[in-house]
Design a protein around this ligand. Structure first.
Ligand code: GAL
Length: 367
């Protein structure tokens, strides 16, 4: 299913209201009044609606752009690369004012991005780096290396690796190989775990440590569950798993299901430390219930804000603010980037960070 939330200019309002609206102020009670004169259409191409975060990202950008007077064409490609290329082709043909792209396969959009460049349409890579092309102007993301570090630090802290000799058994999972982020998350995690692996305090039960052996195409939870089931029936059948490095909540839930199916989490056999990312509601519930240990929270409202500010600045002929110009080399060039900081969330701080921070309402966490 392709979700489309294109917004078109809708109503004609008196100029006095328009003047208010153009300054970005909301009118008409507590709901913002849509602007009458569009500052142009912005194409937003996102990977999938399977993961709730991308729905939130899309909604947040549409909402914020709407307030600034832009119309939007938001499309999801449901993890189908050709579909995303076709969607981007269509946006370029419409001559959108800018493109915001959360890619599926970061290396497969070169040709359509070339068309965007020829049409002088600026391109912002959203969350995931667009690789192997000169035709990406800016990158809005979180500090992805730090995400991996936070996940691994959770394992180190919960197993008290600094003070205990071990050995503890761990399994490693990584994300989708065609997503640059997956490689950066893993590199961040390994920067923390390597010394413990080298010292033998941590042992990978299956011996699988190479990225290609532990990757999870399309970040698919069912694929991760299957791999975990295979490990539990094979190399880990007689071992006690103490920790699982998981880069993303959807993968974590697949892993936890596999573990519970063979008896972890019951009868004096505790679940291992399991990490995650995105603070997905279903995983936050597992954290509250003591089944998933942590998640790395990335406030999608803030990321949307950064991307929208980039769009707005480019549309006005300005230069978007960035805070990193060297870390994200896409194979052709270092892409000017704005990095936001991810936050570690576990049972001890979910209330303060996620509920008090307004990301979720308390009643959403009720079973
Ligand atoms: C990554 C993203 C993560 C997670 C994952 C699966 O690119 O940075 O936050 O959402 O994709 O969707």
């Amino acid at each position: 299913m392709v979700a489309r939330y294109g917004r078109l200019a809708r109503v004609v309002v008196p100029s006095v209201v328009l003047a208010t609206a153009v300054t970005g102020c909301a009118t008409g009670g507590d709901r913002p009044v849509p602007l009458t004169v569009s500052r142009g259409q912005i194409g937003i191409a996102l990977p999938t609606t399977k993961s709730p975060r991308w729905i939130a990202d899309g909604d947040n950008m549409v909402h914020q752009l709407d307030l600034l007077g832009y119309t939007t064409d938001l499309q999801y490609a449901e993890d189908d690369v050709d579909k995303q290329i076709a969607q981007l082709d269509g946006m370029v043909a419409q001559n959108v004012k800018a493109l915001v792209v959360g890619s599926i396969d970061g290396s497969k959009l070169k040709d359509v991005l070339q068309k965007a460049a020829a049409a002088k349409i600026p391109v912002i890579a959203y969350d995931r780096l667009l690789r192997d092309t000169p035709n990406v102007d800016y990158y809005a993301t979180f500090d992805n290396f730090r995400v991996g570090v936070l996940q691994a630090e959770t394992i180190v802290a919960k197993l008290k690796l600094a003070d205990r000799a071990g050995p503890f058994t761990v399994e490693l999972f990584a994300g989708s190989p065609d997503d640059n982020n997956a490689h950066v998350f893993f590199a961040g995690s390994m920067s923390v775990l390597k010394p413990y692996l080298a010292a033998g305090k941590l042992v990978v039960g299956s011996g699988q440590t190479a990225f290609e052996d532990i990757a999870t195409p399309r970040w698919d939870g069912a694929t991760a569950q299957k791999r975990m089931e295979g490990l539990l029936a094979g190399p880990d059948a007689k071992k006690r798993i103490d920790a699982v490095l998981s880069p993303y909540d959807g993968i974590s839930r697949g892993v936890i299901t596999a573990l519970k199916d063979v008896g972890y989490g019951a009868g004096g056999r505790p679940l291992p430390v399991v990490t995650g990312q995105d603070a997905e509601l279903d995983s936050v519930k597992l954290i509250v219930g003591g089944q998933q240990t942590e998640t790395v929270y990335k406030d999608t409202r803030e990321l949307a804000k950064v991307a929208v500010q980039m769009v707005d600045s480019l549309a006005k002929g300005g230069k978007p603010a960035v805070n990193d110009t060297s870390q994200y080399h896409n194979g052709v060039k270092a892409v000017p980037t704005f990095l936001l900081q991810p936050v570690n969330v576990d049972k001890s701080n979910y209330q303060r960070v996620l509920i008090d921070g307004g990301y979720y309402a308390a009643n959403q966490l009720a079973a």
